[in-house]
Design a binder for this molecule. Sequence first.
Ligand code: 1CP
Length: 344
Amino acid sequence: MGIGRLLRAARRQPVDATPVWFMRQAGRSLPEYRALREKHPMLEIARTPELAAAVSLQPVRRLGVDAAIVFADITLPLPGMGVAFELTEGVGPVIGHPVRTAADVAALRVLDPHADLPYVAETIRTLKAEVPAGVDVIGFAAAPFTLASYMVEGRGSRDFAHVKAMMLGAPDLWHAMMGTISASTVAYLRMQVEAGADAIQLFDSWVGALAPRDYAEFVQPHTRAVFAALRGTVSLIHFGTGSATLLPLMRGDGADVVSVDWRIGLGDAWSLLGPDLAIQGNLDPAALLGPWEAVRVRADEILADAAGRPGHIFNLGHGVLPSTSPDQLARLVDHVHAWRPPAW
Ligand code: 1CP
């Protein structure tokens, strides 16, 4: 069976059209997801493979995107590591007892994904059997820093005060915690690869909060360890936001594709990453709240910036905003697929 456009682009091979999918394409902005959510809590959907696979397929059917991302959440591995959490409406994941002390870190366990999250593997197997030909299946996990942020802060944060205080004040503790997170993430992603994921994305959603030197010292060794352990399995995507100044470092982290947000031009990002990496991005998700003409202009600029060089996966710079119109998303998918660089 031939491989999909997304995988071809991830390998920087020629494609018949630019592949496109959207971060957070499953869920919140789609009426069919909202309808299902009236009957089931989000975590119940994620833990029920038939429901999770059905939700992952909703944007494939409605929008015509080139990839399905497994319906899960970056916080799902936490209980298996000994950290209980709840999803609170309007807030997101909230951890009742954040990881702050040496005793908290010592109590962490390395995840046993087959025992703790077997349903994620089952969802991927179901998805692989059901996706249309040419649509690739993306598995994912949080990058170590972003998972650590939730663990230590207890919820999303603006200043990351507790995380940074641990990093700087108790570096041994920090590295021990990051070691357990990385080992857990590797095991979790290996399970997803074995279940049939065609590509893996590491979400480092909050990495842009870091100074480059602190990224290099406290985070990079752990992110690199995750990518190194998965090297040679499937295509690896490294997603960050606010990460423009980190790109020269991220270049060496071991991913095949780096996902950038709208705060940097695609051409500039490519100069920092070098020609050997593929790029994913980078429309501002808020652009989709404007009129179609505003979307089209920005999408065309991104496509022109990529200029048809092999290795561009069109995406947003961060997740779809809940109020986005699905019609606008579908129109954007068609537009990206119809686009051809001058030389094609
Ligand atoms: O009731 C609901 O439906 C809750 C909303 C929701 C959904 C649909 C949450 C809570 N998680 C999810 C699913 C989810 N999370 C997916 C599935 C596929 C998809 O939507 O396409 C994915 C890929 C994620 C990943 C995720 N979760 C990230 C990384 C991506 C990003 O946006 O940066 C992060 C940071 C989370 C944490 C999280 N989970 C949920 C919320 C509301 C949040 C963000 C909270 C915060 O800002 O701190």
